[in-house]
Design a protein. Sequence first.
Length: 272
Amino acid sequence: MDFLLDWGIPAQLAFIAVVFGGGSVLGLYVVRRLVPVDRLQENHEVAGVTFGVVGAFYGLVLGFVIVAAWERFNQANANAHDEATALESLYKLGAGLAEPMRSQLDSAVLEYTHRVVDEEWPQMATMRYQMGKQGAHNLWSMVVSYHAADSHEEMLLDKALEQLSQISQTRSQRLLFYHDDLPSMVWLIIYLGCIITIGFSYFFSSHDFRAQVVMCAFFSIWLGITILAILELAHPYHGMMTIPDDPYRYAISRMEEATNYKMSVAPAPKAP
């Protein structure tokens, strides 16, 4: 159902109502046409126990999966904050280096952050992002090849390398969250369990067919909405509920604000 991620919320809900609600009602109608009501009512006692076990087990499965998907979503969100914070710190550390390294590093960090916001984030939102050769290689090359002039710059370079390691790690995790999905076996259990659970509800029968149709439809739509929530949480950068790029935009604003201040150590005044 990954195609639902490209649809709006009204279209998603309409799909759930038609496919899950309408499909379950259609299955109920077929069963009622093939099996008499009295025959179904004879099995209510056994069907009730079986349906309770199946429903409880499937509810536990959905509960564990939705918690795992939510933790995955939160981790991806925290990862974005960590990457943006490391970029801002690297930018500020560069202010303590001598020219032209200071301007070159500042420009490279800003370029990297703008690329994340203007190119990578929109492409990840539409599943069009392709891993290229850019990444943070340019930042690494600049910092590693720079020769510190004194102990102060050596300390700044050590801190810059720590922030670069954080940037590389969080970037790798971001791309991992983008490419990976829940295991196919988990999705198989979710969809197969949904079909089995709805199917077991057909073993119950009521002489008021319309009341049973309404109950069956609402039950199936609720399952469909739960599966849709898992689908959205499993794709933190694609869909209607995505991680915003606000941490990177905030980092850019802080970098631009930092240019208005002299963050490097002022040279000592010359003796008269």
